[in-house]
Design a protein around this ligand. Structure first.
Ligand SMILES: C[S@@+](CC[C@H](N)C(=O)[O-])C[C@H]1O[C@@H](n2cnc3c(N)ncnc32)[C@H](O)[C@@H]1O
Length: 275
């Protein structure tokens, strides 16, 4: 993904990510399914104004590479790969002995992940999911921090999925970006003239997407209590890992028990307290 989209004028306002039409249709449609079937592009995210963001279908359909492995070796506990695509990461994790599940809204992606020997479900990240609140690591790789076009909402959802102390590993854009855009999938072929005729197939649906550089992601994450664990780059792909914020209830319970401790007991030096 190397082409820069110009900054957009405001937040994505199209179908909300949890509306069935806005969520399942675009990535479930032909251009993406065809690309996954052949293992090849061209495939782009296209903005209304014609800007194209190339999607790296060939890499997604290959085996996990060195940059992928740099992320996978940092995974802890059971791993949920959100937007797993054709499944190279789930397959590699499974081969490494991790419990791993991919979720994706594209039937072709889920089918291909399963063919590689990985477990995958046809589900949106915003749907009810197995193991909510118990995953050790959530992966948002290959630009998937853009899912839903609202990074705050996706970070919030990810925090719900992770267990206490869980880890989010996210790949960011290799540029200083913070943009929310309306895009559609495009295979680069000129639209047939008939497509403009009344009663013809409608153009692929627009959907909201976001692109974030590392600084922007860390800004969003810090604002809702995530703690940065690591930042690195491999084969030109930047990654960050973040620890889940403690939910408000957990924080309140801890504060209450700490004040009860200090009110009721003799002073305790901090190294004696459980971390
Ligand atoms: C940029 S591609 C990333 C591909 C993938 N990581 C790979 O290894 O091939 C985005 C992926 O996210 C999926 N996706 C989009 N919206 C989603 C949602 N709400 N929940 C789960 N997956 C979604 C798409 O179907 C697509 O496979």
């Amino acid at each position: 993904m190397s082409t820069t989209l110009p900054p957009s004028s405001g937040p994505a306002a199209d179908a909300p990510p949890d509306a069935p039409g806005g969520r399942l249709a675009p990535w479930g449609a032909d251009p993406y399914a065809n690309a996954l079937r052949t293992g090849r592009g061209p495939l782009f995210l296209r903005r209304g104004d014609g800007w194209l963001l190339p999607l790296d279908v060939e890499r997604w359909c290959s085996r996990a590479g060195a940059a992928d492995l740099s992320a996978l070796h940092r995974c802890e506990g059971p791993v949920l790969d959100v937007g797993c695509g054709p499944g190279r990461l789930v397959a590699e994790l499974t081969a490494l002995g991790h419990r791993a599940l991919g979720i994706d809204v594209s039937e072709a992606a889920v089918a291909r992940t399963r063919r590689l020997g990985g477990s995958a479900l046809l589900r949106s990240v915003f749907d009810p999911l197995p193991g909510e609140g118990r995953w050790g690591t959530v992966l948002l790789v290959d630009g998937n921090i853009g899912i839903g076009g609202d990074p705050d909402a996706l970070l919030h959802r990810t925090a719900q999925l992770l267990g206490t102390g869980g880890l989010l590993i996210a790949e960011t854009a290799p540029l200083d970006l913070d943009e929310r855009v309306q895009v559609r999938l495009d295979d680069g072929r000129p639209a047939p003239e008939a497509a403009a005729a009344p009663g013809s197939e409608p153009a692929a649906a627009l959907f909201p997407w976001a692109r974030l550089g590392t600084e922007a992601l860390l800004r969003y994450a810090r604002a809702c209590g995530w703690r940065t664990v690591d930042q690195w780059s491999a084969e030109g792909r930047p990654f960050v890992s973040l620890r889940r914020p403690r939910p408000v209830l957990e924080r309140n319970a801890r504060t209450r028990s700490q004040s009860a401790d200090s009110a009721n007991s003799a002073p305790v030096i901090s190294s004696q307290l459980p971390r």
